[in-house]
Ligand binder design. Sequence first.
Ligand SMILES: Cc1ncc(COP(=O)(O)O)c(C=O)c1O
Length: 400
Amino acid sequence: MPGFELIGEEEKKEILDVLSRGVLFRYEFDSQRKGIYKVREFENRFAQFCGSKYSLAVSSGTAALKCALSALGVGPGDEVITQGFTFVATWEAIFDTGAVPVFGEIDDTFCLDPDDLEAKITPRTRAIIPVHMCGGQARIDRIIYIANKHKIPVIEDTAQACGASLKGKYLGTFGAMGTFSFDSVKTITTGEGGMIVTDDHELYIRASEYHDHGHDHNPELPRGLEKRNFMGFNYRMMELQGALGLAQLEKLQSIILPRQRQNKARLKEALQKIDGITFRHLPDPEGDSATFLMFFLPTQEKAKAFNIVLQEEGAGAINWYENYWHYYAQWEHLLEGKTVFRSGYPFRDERGNIRCSFKPDALPKTADILSRSLSIPINIFMDDQIPSFIKAFEKASKVL
Ligand SMILES: Cc1ncc(COP(=O)(O)O)c(C=O)c1O
């Protein structure tokens, strides 16, 4: 997920342009900024790129999730369904609204399993957050169909799949809202940052007000005299990040996606020759953003043995089953109900009664998929490493 590999002259130029006027804030300073609004311009170009009507830049991908949930009015007493293979941010944002996360299984796309999603819908389900993990697509058509049937809005967590599409439509634009991250390891990066996209004007306005302390953004009034429709918070993006976003977005389609796809294809071609290896299901291989090559081994033991050889050859893969940040059964703070609050909230209420609890073995299908799969992160500049990966695959094939 390599936007950071391309920080260069274009990004420097954009940053210096902001510094030359000294306006770092996305709002106000109208005369000093000489008509230049970098965050606003980044929002406009991002919306244009995705084909969405509105976009709102925020301070992180986590903030994007929180603002999207808040715009939908999700809060205490509500449940939000997401998946047990995602970054912790997805369910942190759910808890932060006062709602409770419900975890669904993943399927061979490594994203939310539509059948399990449907089984987990209750009268309390107020939103569904499928996560397009590791650059590829969830079965988003089926997820949206199920969500519509139950009249529940979908927020697509597209933090890891910026630029990926399904049959020509960009991920993030299928649900009521889509969220993106531009943190240090994402496909395009602004250091920290995020984006929300939506076609719904009301949701856009609510997210926009919420992310800026509730400012109603009345164009007739100076900022200090604006009113509030509800309370909000500060999740604003600043001009320097907007400037970086503009430079990075330019590179997404021209450099990042083609290079990633090319590198991934070379590695996949080599792996395809090995009996016993199968690949992640991609609902639309052409729209894959190609940030990871994910493949299955016949058993967990074989996956481990295969990876030991890759590691010995300096070409180790990620086994998400053992990853502390992305897999449900490894989230000990969630499973043990660890929290900073004296009351034990959000796991307990203020009287000490249990609000929610999570069992480590609740997602057997996810465990099976993650335990026998390996993932290789794809970079832009990995030409020199590809031959050693291919050699390592050949060596590792002997353990199968
Ligand atoms: C799936 C997913 N959602 C949300 C986030 C949060 O993004 P950020 O780090 O910008 O807060 C991440 C970041 O890694 C992520 O991978």
